[in-house]
Design a protein around this ligand. Structure first.
Ligand code: OFO
Length: 173
């Protein structure tokens, strides 16, 4: 049986993951309208991954016999000055998500909830990747600066990113 405090932080995280999806979708729309179709694709796939995360946590709560709560999803920002600002925002956001995930791990550990702890460890590792990827793209964008042809080389590279369901063939536990 899930303890109420563990259930609450997990349930809140569903909302946070869907907010992440919303934020990245807003960034994708901005990139699309600004002429960066490849970045728009990258960000849209990022949004899909966030929806997969939220759904995965939702399924875990149901498996643990807990009814998830659905709060309103906060409105994301809608415009950025340039791509550097977008990826600064992505990195800042992922660092914030890491803090939330770490907190879920801490609460699960304190309650000796081994199933929840084991479940959230996938996200602990995922956040290392999320931050590293955002940081890598941001560093490249800063190095490229105003070099339009190099920005479009990166844009072309990102146009080929495809979505892979991170939980295909996996159970929630
Ligand atoms: Fe769900 O990993 Fe990004 O936020």
């Amino acid at each position: 049986m899930l303890k109420e405090n563990v259930a609450k932080v997990l349930s809140d995280q569903i909302n946070a993951e869907f907010y992440s999806a919303y934020l990245y979708l807003a960034m994708s729309a901005w990139a699309d309208q600004t002429g960066f179709k490849g970045f728009a694709n990258w960000l849209r796939i990022q949004a899909k991954e966030e929806m997969a995360h939220g759904t995965h946590i939702y399924e875990f709560l149901l498996d643990r016999d807990y009814l998830p709560e659905f709060d309103a999803v906060k409105k994301p920002e809608g415009s950025w000055k340039n791509l550097v600002e977008v990826y600064e925002h992505v990195l800042k956001h992922e660092r914030y998500v890491t803090e939330r995930i770490d907190n879920i791990a801490t609460v699960s550990m304190k309650e000796s909830d081994h199933a929840s702890y084991n479940f959230i460890m996938w996200y602990v590792n995922e956040q290392v990747e999320e931050e590293a990827t955002a940081n890598e793209i941001l560093t490249k964008l800063k190095l490229i600066g105003d070099n339009v042809s190099q920005i479009y080389t990166l844009d072309t590279e990102f146009a080929s990113r495809t979505f892979t369901d991170p939980f295909a063939n996996a159970s929630t536990t």
